[in-house]
Design a protein around this ligand. Structure first.
Ligand SMILES: *Cc1c(COP(=O)(O)O)cnc(C)c1O
Length: 592
């Protein structure tokens, strides 16, 4: 049966390796996926003609198991796909090595505030017609080795474009690559252009046509974070090299040279592979996009420094307001700012909200978090006590342990300025040894500080927990090593719920911070883009702000503290949302 949606013209196809749609669907690992989900929800609210493509992961990311000492082990997060998604009849196949991998897809509808639907299609290789190893390609997110990852990216990029065609989406104006994982879609589009012109090989004209349609958002401020594969992987995956990489004139050779970082003008792919060349997915996406952006103004600057030969702009990330406002705040906004769901900008009038009601909504959110803490750990936290939240992926640059640098200092702060407690959560990537060490360190500090500072670590950080923690604490702590936090979004969720940030001036906080008005900074604004290594100085600044500024405000001048809470909503909640962000993508990128 022909579906009205699929025959409709779509402006944008949004490709992402992970998309967070529902807590019970383990289709994401963290920030990138949450951003993708929030983008799609905002696009649906704005009635944007968008369609999205991702991969299905039957074993999800993973379930985090923590021992008494904070040792993390992982288990697959199996789920019943049919409970959430609807299978589509369309089938496509993708060449891989000397086989063809057949793909089907499963559909999820994101429904906007005014009923508009953005369909998301999850590609699935788990079909009986495929060999076992191919069926497993849509098994786990960021699992397996580097070649496994490349094969997944082949399915996402090349399989994704083919699936769009099979579903009837012939006429798509923009292909938006959310990070470099989807960059191979450009090769499929090049192949399509050549085929349309009746040619076997790709020429510069095709590149221009494809480039006009592609938009690329880069998220990673360190070179090591960019996907790079040995060329040998590509010649292994595509031994015939027909269509893909079959570039045959001067301007296409120029592109190939850059992507492969090869020396000769017409690099022979097999020869390049033998000589150890690698393919850089970011270079591929950069070379074939008409609009490229970083995810915060500072990150734009860092990206331009990394890739000086490209024009890179910045569109600062946001969060989906109606998803991340806690139930108590949703009710408060519905009552006083009824248009806030369709018009997030109207949250600026939060400055006029009755402070007693804001405080009451905050206490309800705090109570809900503490109830979750009790259910997960058996611990009862005192709601009168100032509570700090820190939840994000456990990895070294995020420095969850910065606040634990000097435990005696923390004891002193409690004595002089008042009690506080800390709620932590976060998964370490299975292969990230130093991330796992950080979790153990937090467990150790928890024991050492038992009599002075109550610390809880909640396992299995996910969307639901993220929502509870960002809304239910009194202060959101963020201590990344500058400039490695490309944007960060959890502080935006906190702001929407009136929770101010205490943060390093990195990512979005460079733009969202007004000292003492929307929150507080740790350290000074960094010039340039060099990585900060001043752990001691930044810890000192953190202790000073906490002990001398924030705790005294909370305990001795609650009215002033509440003013900061109102400004967090009015100044930051009204701006750092995906409604504003998607509107910027429309005007700056999609309609360019
Ligand atoms: C919001 C969110 C993130 C991203 O937060 P950052 O501030 O970018 O670290 C990651 N994981 C979950 C579950 C989230 O809800």
């Amino acid at each position: 049966m022909a579906d009205k949606l699929t025959t409709q013209k779509r402006l944008v196809a949004y490709f992402s390796m992970e998309i967070a749609l529902e807590n019970a669907m383990p289709s994401y690992s963290g920030g990138l996926g949450v951003l993708a989900g929030d983008t799609i929800r905002a696009a649906a609210d704005l009635k944007l003609p968008m369609v999205a493509i991702s991969l299905l992961y039957r074993k999800g990311f993973f379930t985090q198991i923590l021992s008494e000492d904070g040792v993390q082990t992982e288990e697959p997060a199996e789920w019943r796909v049919e409970d959430f998604l609807k299978e589509e009849p369309a089938r496509v196949s993708v060449p891989l090595e000397n086989r063809r991998v057949e793909l089907r897809c499963w559909r999820y509808d994101a429904v906007g505030a005014r009923g508009h639907i953005v369909p998301i299609y999850f590609l699935d290789a788990d079909l009986p017609s495929n060999e076992e190893r191919d069926r497993n390609l849509t098994g786990s997110l960021y699992g397996g080795d580097s070649y496994y990852r490349l094969c997944q990216e082949v399915l996402l990029g090349i399989g994704g474009v083919r699936m769009l065609r099979a579903l009837g989406y012939e006429d798509i104006s923009r292909y938006h690559m959310n990070e470099g994982h989807a960059a191979l879609l450009t090769l499929e589009l090049l192949g399509e252009e050549a085929e349309k012109a009746g040619r076997e090989s790709v020429i510069g004209e095709d590149i221009e046509k494809v480039r006009r349609k592609c938009v690329f958002t880069t998220h990673t401020p360190v070179p090591a974070g960019h996907d790079r594969f040995p060329m040998e992987f590509l010649t292994r995956a595509f031994p015939e090299q027909t269509g893909f990489f079959n570039l045959k004139d001067a301007s296409s050779a120029e592109l190939l040279k850059r992507v492969l970082q090869a020396e000769s003008n017409f690099p022979d792919l097999h020869d390049a592979a033998r000589r150890g060349a690698s393919v850089n997915m970011t270079q591929l996406a950069l070379g074939l996009s008409n609009f490229v952006n970083g995810v915060a103004k500072k990150h734009g600057e860092v990206s331009r420094r990394m890739f000086p030969e490209f024009l890179i702009e910045a569109i600062t990330n946001g969060v989906h307001a109606a998803t991340w406002a806690a139930p108590a705040f949703q009710q408060l906004f519905d009552r006083y700012i009824p248009s806030w769901r369709e018009d997030n900008y109207s949250l600026r009038s939060a400055l006029g909200l009755p402070v007693e009601e804001v405080w009451a909504a905050h206490l309800i959110s705090k109570h809900e978090l503490f109830e979750t803490v009790r259910l997960k750990t058996g611990l009862k936290l005192d709601p009168e006590v100032f509570t700090i939240g820190f939840a994000r992926r456990a990895t070294s640059y995020k420095r969850a342990d910065l606040i634990l640098s000097d435990l005696d200092r923390l004891r002193e702060i409690v004595k002089n300025a008042g009690k506080f407690q800390i709620v932590f959560a976060g998964k370490a990537h299975p292969n990230d040894g130093s991330g796992k060490e950080i979790i153990k360190k937090i467990f150790k500090a928890k024991k050492a500080l038992k009599k002075n500072v109550q610390i809880v670590f909640l396992d299995n950080y996910n969307m639901e927990l993220g929502g509870k923690i960002t809304a239910g604490v009194d202060l959101w702590l963020n201590t990344p090593q500058f400039p490695l936090e490309a944007s960060g979004t959890s502080g935006m969720k906190a702001a929407l719920n009136g929770v101010p940030s205490l943060s390093i001036l990195d990512g979005w906080w460079v733009e969202g911070h007004i000292e003492g008005v929307t929150g507080w900074s740790i350290g000074e604004l960094h010039r340039g883009t060099d990585v900060s290594t001043d752990n001691a100085g930044e810890a000192e600044s953190l202790y000073h702000k906490l002990g001398d500024v924030i705790l005294p405000l909370y305990y001795n001048d609650r009215q002033k503290f509440l003013e900061v809470m109102l400004h967090a909503i009015a100044i930051n909640g009204s701006f750092f949302n995906t409604q504003r962000m998607v509107q910027q993508y429309v005007t700056d990128a999609y309609l360019r």
